[in-house]
Design a binder for this molecule. Sequence first.
Ligand code: PLP
Length: 395
Amino acid sequence: MLNLSEREQQSYFQVYKRYPLEVDYAKGCRVYTTDGKVYLDFLAGIAVNALGHSHPKVVEAVCTQAQKYMHISNYLYQEPQVKIAEKLKEMSGLGRVFLTNSGTEATEGAIKLARKYGIDKGKTEIIAFSGGFHGRTYGALSLMDKPQYKDGMGPYLSGMKVIKYNDIIELENNVNDATAAVILEFIQGEGGISQASNEFANKIVSLREKFGFLLIADEIQAGSGRTGKFLAYQNYNIQADIVTLAKGMGGGMPLGAILADEKLANVWSKGMHGTTYGGNAVACASGLVVLDELQNGVMENVNNIGNYFIEKLHEIKSKHSDKVIEVRGSGLLLGLLLNFEAAELVQVMLKHNVISNAASGSVLRIVPPLIIGKAEVDEFIDALDKSLKEIENRL
Ligand SMILES: Cc1ncc(COP(=O)(O)O)c(C=O)c1O
C-alpha cells in the first residue's frame, strides 16, 4: 500500500516542497503526526493560525454558524459579514470593507480599486518593490519580481513597475503624476522579514502628498496583530489608503479583506466587483473570534513575548556568530539571516520536533501562533541552538 506522500506524488501537481510529516491532528501550538510524533509549530500554517490550531472559541463559533447557515450568497444581508466589517473599520480606522477568500484576491481587488480611482485623473501606474510578495494571480504577480514565481507564464499586466525596496532615489525617480498607487509590505514576509526604513516610509508619504497617489499596504502576512499592532504600518506614524488582509484574520478559515479610506467608498458601483464565496458566514464567524481575541490580550502577548523572543534570538546570534548574521522583524514576525541556506536548518529543526520555515533563501522565518508563551519560545530556542551546533559540527 502506498503511504500518503506517495499517493500525493501520484495525484497532486508537484508544486509544493512538503516536509516529510503526515498530519493526524493539530491543537494549540502543536502538530501531531500519524507516526505518533508531536511537533512545536512555529510556522502556524504560514502565519495563519493566530490563535493556534483549533482554538476552542473558533471551533465553537464555526460550529454554531455552520448549524445556522454556511453559504447564502452576497445577494442577502448576513450578520457575521457586517459584524466583521464593523470590527475591521474600528481596528483600522478605515471606512470601507470588502471581504475575500484569500490574500491574492485582496491584492487583485486593491489593484482594481486603485486603477478605477486613478483613471479619470490620468493615473494608471502601480509601483511595487523588489522582494515583495502579493499573491499568485496575474495582477499580484505583475507587482513582483521573483522569476521563480513568474517564469514562462507571461505576459503580465502592463503599467506595473517593481523597483528597489528601501531605495529613496529610485522611488523619487519612478513616482510621478501617472502613479495611481504604491503598494508595499512594511515588513516583507516571503522577502525575508525585511523592514521598510522610517525614511523610506516617510518619503512615500511625502510623495503621496505631492502626486496624489494611493498608498496600498499589503498586510496579508504582517497584519492581523502579528507585529503587536493590528496593522504593521501602525508602527510608523502613517495611514494607508488601502489595506489588504488575509492569513491571520481568518483563524484558519479562508478569509481576506480589502479595507479602504472612506474617500474611495463610491469608486465601485453596484456589480463592479464581487465574489461568490468572499465573506462566507462561517469564515467570518471564525474571523470575528480572532479579532476579539486580538483586542482582548493577544496583541499585548505579541508585544511581550515578541520582545522576549528577540532577546533570545540575539543570544543565539552571539553564540553562533559564524552562522547567524542578523536578527530581523518585530512582534512575532521574526527572522534570522543565516550565512547558509535556511532550508537546511529547517530540516534539522524538524529532527528536534520543531516546524519552522525558510524565506528568501537564507532567512529562517519564524511566525508562530500569537498565543505562545515563554515556555514555547524557550523550547524553540533550545532546538535552534542544538540544530545550529549540529550544522556547525557537520562542516
Ligand atoms: C504579503 C503577502 N501578500 C499576499 C499573499 C497571498 O496570499 P494568499 O496565499 O492567501 O493568496 C501572501 C501569501 O503568502 C503574502 O505573504
